[in-house]
Ligand binder design. Structure first.
Ligand SMILES: Nc1ncnc2c1ncn2[C@@H]1O[C@H](COP(=O)(O)OP(=O)(O)O)[C@@H](O)[C@H]1O
Ligand SMILES: Nc1ccn([C@H]2C[C@H](O)[C@@H](COP(=O)(O)OP(=O)(O)O)O2)c(=O)n1
Length: 346
């Protein structure tokens, strides 16, 4: 029996409690595409997520951050002390039973500062894990999990389902949280955050009490969850998904595929500037370290056997080494608008 050494963030949710061990069920979805699909791939810090989010926001499209799903799964696997070299099947089952969802708050995206600082909230089983999945320990641990073929099969299938609006609905926003369901869900999320703290502090009496309360609230939420939402009404008008294998595998039939390139040193400088914006100077790595990390991740992303980082034959290459972020966003938006006209979407 698998005993979680560290239990954090929603592992007692009804979805997660269902069964940890059955063989993963992989669902495939119809290839009739109803919304306009944009696939963006490229190496780390090439500007994928910032550009994809801004363009999606300008066009009223849904933004799907596939890397966040690999990061989220890594968070769960680490919490259960699972080892990708020994526990691939359990991690795969975990992937298939996790509900991944995103919410990108709408901001005036013509303001570049908003494009730079906007965040997409990432939910695992309704729990907001936006900050946790960006922790350095997750960045270091994600590659071996993202390299597991069975995990990729499940997550790629989920990415297609989210693109088609069949999965990935975020929990109700706090502002509109006036239903009983939303109130209980919010309370559960708060308790799960408290569980994360209690677990990391080793307060095991508190951990047990919180787990019991979370289980009760989880059961209540499962009963009260809205069940009559028509999947048809959730099909987005368009989606922008970014990652490493979106054009080559996940959305092979995307209307537009873009591959971002940028010189490794330029990418390292951008990543360092981002870290400077986010954290205090004392904890900052130097440029050489960031560059080495980027090059190591490039190598593992490009050389893994399944779903490697690859340009699709029909992808448009945008090298942003000498482009400002504004130019990169505008170039991408222009490409999307042109392709929408050509394909009769606009
Ligand atoms: N063309 C650009 N010029 C300057 N900064 C950029 C450019 N593209 C991205 N950035 C910045 O570089 C950092 C990494 O970009 P990000 O979108 O997170 O990359 P990725 O999703 O490919 O890892 C972010 O801080 C972003 O604001
Ligand atoms: N479609 C994808 C997306 C990300 N991955 C892997 C590659 C990265 O090591 C991790 C995290 O991806 P993410 O895009 O969040 O990482 P960076 O923003 O580039 O630091 O997941 C993948 O294998 N396939």
């Amino acid at each position: 029996m698998l005993q979680p050494r560290l239990s954090v963030l929603g592992f007692r949710s009804p979805l997660f409690n269902a069964n940890l061990f059955p063989v993963a069920r992989v669902q495939y979805y119809s290839t009739s595409i109803k919304s306009f699909q944009v696939a963006i791939d490229g190496p780390a810090a090439s500007g994928k997520s910032t550009t994809a989010r801004a363009v999606a926001s300008r066009l009223g499209f849904t933004y799907i951050d596939s890397g966040a799903m690999y990061r989220g799964l890594t968070l769960k696997a680490m919490a259960w002390n699972l080892d990708p070299t020994k526990d691939a099947q359990t991690i795969t089952n975990m992937a298939s039973q996790t509900n991944f969802a995103f919410r990108t708050p709408q901001l005036p995206v013509d303001q570049l500062d908003n494009a730079r600082t906007a965040i997409t909230h990432v939910y695992l089983d309704g729990v907001d894990v936006t900050d946790e999945i960006r922790l350095p320990m997750i960045t270091r641990a994600v590659a071996p999990i993202a390299a597991l073929p069975s995990v990729r099969e499940v997550l790629c299938s989920k990415q297609r389902a989210i693109a088609e609006g069949k999965e990935g609905q975020p929990p109700p926003e706090e502002a509109s949280a006036d239903s009983e369901y939303a109130m209980f869900l919010q309370e559960k999320i708060e308790l799960e955050k408290a569980l994360f703290t209690a677990t990391s502090e080793g307060d095991f009496a508190q951990v047990q009490s919180l787990k019991d309360q979370i289980k009760e609230l989880g059961d209540l939420c499962a009963e009260l969850a809205p069940k009559d939402v028509s999947p048809e009404s959730q099909v987005p008008s368009g989606v922008v998904m970014d990652g490493r294998d979106i054009g080559t595998n996940v959305l092979k039939q995307a209307h537009l595929k873009i591959f971002f390139e940028a010189d490794p040193l330029v990418r390292a400088k951008r990543r360092l500037e981002e870290l400077q914006r986010k954290q205090s100077k004392g904890d900052l790595p130097d440029l050489e370290t960031v560059l080495k990390e980027i090059e190591a991740r490039d190598l593992s992303d490009r050389t893994r056997e399944v779903g490697p980082l690859l340009k699709a034959d029909d992808a448009v290459v945008v090298d942003s080494s000498n482009m400002s972020l504004e130019d990169q966003i505008q170039t991408t938006e222009d490409l999307v608008r042109r392709k929408m006209k050509e394909t009769g979407f606009a």
